[in-house]
Write a protein that binds this ligand. Structure first.
Ligand code: ADP
Ligand code: ADP
Ligand code: MG
Length: 510
């Protein structure tokens, strides 16, 4: 295998492990970074070298540019892959990498500024005659200004954070009476989440579907698309079920052609380099509106990998190494679905992290799991509470849904249990919710507007009885721990000692 320079992965969790896999298959040595909370995490184990970069809070470690660059230097890395979240969409980080003579695996700082900022991107695409959601031309400074625009475009509207991401800083407003309070609330939330409270206004599209186009650019004005993903099934404006091809576009195939063409046209215009995603809203009639561009690898990229057979991370790495010739648009086959398994309450969808006593992820033909968790472990309060991504492929959508149902029934995620059967900690998961989704008639038929969940209260109704599957754990590892190392429990009582014990057992370096 070709000898290559190391890649530092400036991320954690499942995405760091997934990136490490492609690095290995291409012969790039892997450098991990980790925080205090991740000393014993799987992504550290997946690396050839690992560097501590600070405390558990993201700002102290995974967002600490200085420490990450120092780690890259110490490790002799040549490339930096940012994954998603954290520093992946920060143009300053791209520039800092360049100054440190590191190759950032992703687009240039310039195209990030142009396309990563929602308001600038809206302007760029409208110049290219790609339809955007009607709304304010730029930032609105006051609730009064927002009300004037809303009166012009008509209610209901959405107030959205210019710096937004992960569905934060967004409020639906149905009439002028609600706008002042919504403006204040959304501004506060955006200020807290992104350090930037700037707001803009968009018309709320009714019966909306979220459909996005995966593109890949060579940075020289060449770009291709890799088809679409529909990610309409969302809670709190965040995706939980993603698939390709899109059921709504199957009913409007001409829209698919137009969207793919528009996405490629924009990517070529900005000379986009690497993997990027154009997000659109599609209404029930097949009209489409540009929402935003994500200038990075997307959480749900496995769906595209299933239907195209392309390893998107390998493409990113080869492009960074100057070895990628952009091929023709890959053929797409069959149907793929991904679900996001979260540590959250299955009724309120609020995060419910905690120690993890047992995790069994499904496997089998055409089933893929992306996860960084093992048992015993802990879903940390400090980070995104996603436990795993489970994805499947099948020749038809009907078979893919069925395969997903089987896979979800096989999955088990439980908190540690004491000898008397009671749970330790507060871990909950959305597994029961996902199982219901995979059995929902509208989902099976592919009628999935973004408000599917509120339209189907049975998806979030309390359970009559907990399925015995969950309760049937014979011996949890926590019990094992109680038997083999009771002093660990007595000494710390909590998750920390569980961690320490697991690390000792596995001989992890610290
Ligand atoms: P996708 O569009 O790929 O589904 P999301 O919008 O769900 O991505 O965000 C991907 C990940 O990045 C999530 O883990 C989310 O918590 C995190 N994230 C999104 N936006 C930001 C941001 N501005 N700052 C930090 N993390 C973010
Ligand atoms: P984020 O940066 O948080 O991903 P997006 O602009 O991509 O924000 O919006 C997230 C989700 O919110 C979309 O997938 C969609 O479900 C919903 N949404 C956003 N804008 C609109 C709109 N104008 N009309 C209807 N739904 C919208
Ligand atoms: Mg989005």
């Amino acid at each position: 295998m070709k000898k290559r320079a190391p890649v530092l992965i400036a991320n954690r969790g499942e995405i760091a492990i997934r990136i490490a896999r492609s690095c290995r298959s291409l012969g790039f040595p892997v450098v991990a970074v980790y925080s205090d909370a991740d000393r014993f995490s799987e992504h550290v184990r997946a690396a050839d070298q690992a560097y501590w970069v600070g405390g558990a809070a993201p700002k102290d470690s995974y967002l600490n540019v200085e420490r990450i660059l120092a780690a890259a230097k110490a490790a002799g890395a040549k490339y930096v892959h940012p994954g998603y979240g954290f520093l992946s969409e920060r143009p300053h980080f791209v520039e800092a990498c360049e100054q440190a003579e590191l190759v950032f695996v992703g687009p240039t700082a310039e195209s990030m500024r142009l396309m990563g900022d929602k308001i600038t991107a809206r302007r760029t695409v409208s110049e290219l005659k790609v339809p955007g959601v009607p709304g304010s031309p730029g930032v609105v400074k006051t609730a009064q200004e927002a009300a004037e625009i809303a009166a012009k475009i008509g209610y209901p509207v959405l107030l959205k954070a210019a710096a937004g991401g992960g569905g934060k800083g967004m409020r639906r407003v149905d009439g002028p009476g609600e706008i002042a309070a919504a403006f204040e609330g959304a501004t506060r939330e955006a200020q807290g989440a992104f350090g930037d409270g700037s707001m803009y206004v968009e018309k709320l599209i009714l019966e909306p579907h979220h459909v996005e186009i995966q593109v890949f650019g060579d940075g020289k004005g060449g770009a291709i698309h890799l088809g679409e993903r529909e990610c309409s099934i969302q809670r709190r404006h965040q995706k939980v079920w993603e698939e390709s091809p899109s059921p709504i576009l199957n009913r409007h195939p001409a829209t698919r052609e137009k969207m793919c063409e528009a996405a490629v046209r924009i990517a070529r215009h900005v000379k986009y380099a690497g993997a990027g995603t154009f997000e659109f809203i599609v209404d029930g009639k097949g009209n489409f509106y540009f929402l935003e561009m994500n200038t990075r690898l997307q959480v749900e990229h496995p769906v595209t990998e299933w239907v195209t057979g392309v390893d998107l991370v390998a493409w990113q790495l080869l492009l960074a190494a100057g070895e990628l010739q952009l091929p023709a648009v890959p053929e797409r086959r069959g149907s793929a679905i991904e679900v996001r398994l979260y540590a959250e309450d299955p009724r309120t969808f609020l995060p419910a992290p905690g120690p993890l006593g047992l995790i069994r992820l499904p496997s089998g033909a055409f089933v893929r799991t992306d996860s960084a968790f093992t048992e015993p472990g802990e879903v940390s309060l400090n980070y995104d509470p996603m436990i795993a991504k489970i994805s499947v492929w099948a020749p038809t959508r009907e078979q893919a849904v069925e395969r997903m149902r089987v896979a979800l029934d096989e999955a088990r995620v439980e908190p540690p249990k004491k000898a008397d059967g009671s749970c330790v900690g507060s871990l909950r998961t959305n597994l029961s919710f996902l199982r219901r989704l995979a059995r929902n008639a509208a989902v099976i038929e592919g009628h999935t507007p973004t408000d599917l969940i509120p339209r189907h209260p049975e998806l979030t109704a309390p359970e009559a009885t907990e399925p015995s599957l969950e309760a049937a754990v014979a011996v949890s590892l926590y019990q094992l721990l109680e038997e083999s190392a009771p002093e660990a429990i007595e000494a710390g009582g909590g998750e920390r000692s569980l961690w320490a014990w697991s690390a000792r057992r596995e001989g992890v370096r610290s």
